[in-house]
Design a protein around this ligand. Sequence first.
Ligand SMILES: [Zn+2]
Length: 85
Amino acid sequence: MEHFESDYTEKTINYWSALKLAVSALEKQIAKTPDYEGDGYSDGQLVYDTWICPNCGNNYEVGYDDDDYCPKCGQHIQHLINQLD
Ligand SMILES: [Zn+2]
């Protein structure tokens, strides 16, 4: 019985880690809007020059690194701002 129980536990852990992996892969396919940061004003409007991946938190430059997928983690990104004025 002891052997059966440890075998069962191992399979359960494998199942959950596989499921977790599948869910996280699926979530990356759903486009998310990144956070934007700006450090300057133009005509009284804050100019956003940085977007932050909502999944891994990596920073990228607006207007230069506007990939549809995060280069670091593969998160699908829905950009709201695509270029600097
Ligand atoms: Zn990322």
